[in-house]
Design a protein around this ligand. Structure first.
Ligand SMILES: [Zn+2]
Length: 366
């Protein structure tokens, strides 16, 4: 059963059909046994992840995504292409990993290649393949084997421009191990996304390491918990793991407060800023003194010296105490509490310096 997914925001009018190649258990579609990890890697472990990441990026850019084989079953090729044709997909992209002789020894080829139907190099499919190749050649260093022609079913039976990508060799050990490297999977997904966006003339906004409206799951929940710790309350929804409008508003508020671009996307920059804010918060809690005595200048120190020693208090200048809360409880010895950061004050300020020192003596006598 193919699955058509609508973007969380406005649809841009384009539908991309994505094909993850094979079923999970399709015979032969796996690496040789890999000593280092004690097993074989199935081709679909890679293809499926790339399609999943890729579809998220496309959805975030307003595309509709048609997953022509969303299950682990070995969906027949005729079914895949029929689903794309019936849903009027604008393009068809099939993600694969190559195989040569099923052994890590021998000729041991490596690298990426792309396929279009014979004679289509100068047609839209060829243009799509060129856009994809431009980005697939970036990132992790791999041999580029070129854009080739082949009479594959998914290239022949599709009514729309179709490209099949081979993103490495299962029987080259280095590239085999890349298949289960999450960073590589995300990189390949983002490269596909950039190629597809360029083909349609849609500007690239963000890759897979972004959370935005419509996302759900553990990463969203963690982000929400962090925002809550920092005082962004999300209209009381709490950390529910669902990136809704209240969460977006909280992200935007945080971005505004931290001089970031206010776009509501939780990307690498915003994430880093949240981490810094949390570190500062934790530092603040650890270092927060129990008690401080605030004075206007060090000329006032003799008047409060006994107080500071007896109460084991920190001494702080008013100018500092106006910028940040210097302790949980603050004794004010002159000048009153106006403008000081904090909520728990003991104000010993008198009308005169003499009265203040008298108040301090009375306080210590209690
Ligand atoms: Zn394949």
């Amino acid at each position: 059963m193919a699955r058509l997914i609508n973007p969380p925001g406005k649809w841009n009018g384009r539908t991309v059909a994505l094909d993850d190649g094979h079923g999970m258990e399709t015979p032969g579609k796996r690496t040789p046994y890999i000593q280092e990890i004690g097993r074989q890697i199935k081709e679909n472990e890679f293809n499926r992840k790339v399609v999943q990441y890729l579809s998220n990026i496309l959805l975030d850019h307003g595309f509709r995504v048609l997953l022509v084989a969303p299950t682990d079953e070995d969906t027949p090729l005729s079914y895949r292409t029929r689903a794309a044709n019936q849903n009027n997909a604008d393009i068809y992209v099939s993600v694969h990993y190559n195989a040569f002789d099923g052994s890590f020894g021998g000729a041991d080829p490596n690298g990426i290649e792309l396929y279009v139907y014979p004679g289509y190099l100068n047609r839209p499919a060829g243009r799509l393949a060129s856009s994809l190749a431009k980005y697939l050649r970036q990132g992790t260093d791999q041999n580029f084997r070129g854009i080739k022609e082949a009479n594959f079913h998914v290239l022949r039976e599709t009514d729309m421009p179709a490209v099949l990508t081979e993103n490495g060799y299962m029987d080259n050990k280095r590239e085999a191990l890349l298949m289960i490297d999450e960073r590589f999977q995300k990189e390949v997904a983002e490269e596909h996304a950039r190629g597809i966006l360029e083909y349609f003339g849609v500007p690239f906004k963000r890759g897979i390491d972004y959370l935005s409206l419509g996302d759900t799951g553990a990463e969203v929940k963690e982000m929400q918990e962090n925002l809550l710790k920092l005082g962004y309350t999300m209209n009381g929804y709490g950390a529910d793991g669902s990136f809704g409008p209240a969460t977006e508003a909280a992200v935007k508020a945080f971005q505004k407060d931290n001089n970031l671009e206010v776009d509501g996307f939780y990307g690498p920059k915003t994430k880093a800023a949240v981490q810094i804010a949390l570190d500062n918060l934790n530092k603040g809690e650890e270092e927060m003194e129990k008690l401080a005595v605030v004075i206007n200048s060090f000329a006032d120190f003799p008047a409060v010296e006994a107080l500071v020693i007896r109460k084991n208090a920190l001494i702080a200048l008013r100018a500092v105490a106006e910028k940040r809360q210097v302790a949980e409880q603050i004794i004010v010895a002159g000048g009153g509490t106006d403008g000081l950061k904090g909520s728990n004050f003991i104000d010993l300020t008198g009308k005169t310096r003499y009265e203040t020192s008298q108040n301090i003596k009375d306080y210590l006598a209690k």
